[in-house]
Design a protein around this ligand. Sequence first.
Ligand code: NAD
Length: 500
Amino acid sequence: MESRVQTVSSSASKASVRRLQNYVDGRFVGGAREFDDVNPADGSVIARVSEADRELVDAAVRAARRAVNGPWGKAGVRERAAMLNKIAEGIERRFEDFLAAEVADTGKPVSLARRLDIPRGTANFRTFADIIKTAGVEAYQTETADGRQALNYAVRKPVGVVGIVTPWNLPLLLLTWKAAPALACGNAVVVKPSEETPATATLLAEVMHEAGMPAGAFNLVHGFGPESAGEWLTTHPEVDAITFTGESKTGAAIMKACAPGVKPVSFELGGKNAAIVFADADFDAAVAGVAEAVFMNTGQVCLCAERVYVERAIFDKFVAALKQQAEAQVAGWPMEARTTLGPLISSAHRDKVMGYFKLAKEEGAKVVTGGGALKSGDARDQGFWVQPTILTGLEECARCVREEIFGPVAHVAPFDSEEQAIALANDTQYGLAASIWTSRLDRAHRVAQEMRTGITWVNSWFLRDLRTPFGGVGLSGIGREGGTHSLDFYSQLNNVCIKI
Ligand code: NAD
């Protein structure tokens, strides 16, 4: 095959950079324009990306339709499952390529991408290969008015052409989380990854190609949101369903775009998640767990905790311990094994997070640690680094307590009772995740069940079983994906009723 990743000389940089293309109808194709793929660790241009124009997005959707009506749509469950497993093997075979591409695109620590992002890419395909093989349908026998019987059974069919739009924070993980179940159900997909992180999606297209995925079943279009590939995909009349992960306000725009066609949407959106730490918790475990929830991926995970509520009896001790954890973060080069904290994704996002640091001070926060840009005195100073930051003293109505910042920052506040902790945690328009730290079993169940969230962890954070429902309430999303919940979104049930 023609390799999709070529080394070319860039006008934007003296160094040689790769060129990333779109993948449509089984072929790698360029676009009318190109944009830069930037390494956030030092601001260097690492690739030039072909932007899909409206015609190319249209060609991708039409190719997907042909695939649904053709060999891929007609493939049996065993054949689809085998293909998914082959794709998992393909990712595994090129593990180091995926790893290097993800780290360069996102700036995340290599240790994190090695244990989380790339393995989850393969796990998503393997999990849905297994699930689709064992998925059953419901059946009912019904008594009819004339004393006979009717047999009802539901047939699971693909939805058709699924548009997938994904963000930059966990690029391969989140894209495959949607592409794998969509393909498992026999749909064809058109994927629009984030403009910030196009590399692993392009490698995945190569893996699809090498695995012999029928042309049109998996299509990749690069570009931006409004007036670019994102908008053209989500407004395309021939797309049957849209699945999206990203900001809540983008979700609202996509929902509006889908309304005229009454298209089903599945949305995994933003969060302003709470961690609740009771005085009876295992203190060291709670400190380590909350620190991970605040700083993992430089706070750029929808599930990260930006609001930490700590029982007053241990508040000062906990804040001091969390400060220590913040100051122990190692903001090294992303490919160094010792690095635990990377840069933010872009200069625009760095400016947004720095804006919240400034706002926090204006709103009366005490900055326990951090609160500024992070300087290293080398090429990283051209990148987008900020200090791990702990704040206290804000009112609950402060914008920094209410709005998603998406950086390595949390506000810590005291509480005096279980009821107050529940009320504080739930006082948000978001509702994605919560974590509760306690050694009391009754309290753990009681508080967990009161959380207005899609997922609640007790004495843990980010522990995921891919068969369980995942999603959010309020501004955090619509629907649930995971296990058979994903099958429910990516397939249609046709109930057949037979009088017997
Ligand atoms: P974003 O909404 O800016 O962009 C996400 C994707 O949508 C990108 O591919 C972008 O090009 C595209 N897009 C933007 N505007 C569009 C439009 N009008 N029409 C069609 N497509 C459009 O989000 P982001 O900044 O890339 O990601 C960060 C956000 O994602 C945070 O809010 C985070 O909480 C959220 N997130 C949620 C989950 C979850 O599972 N709930 C997981 C990861 C990230």
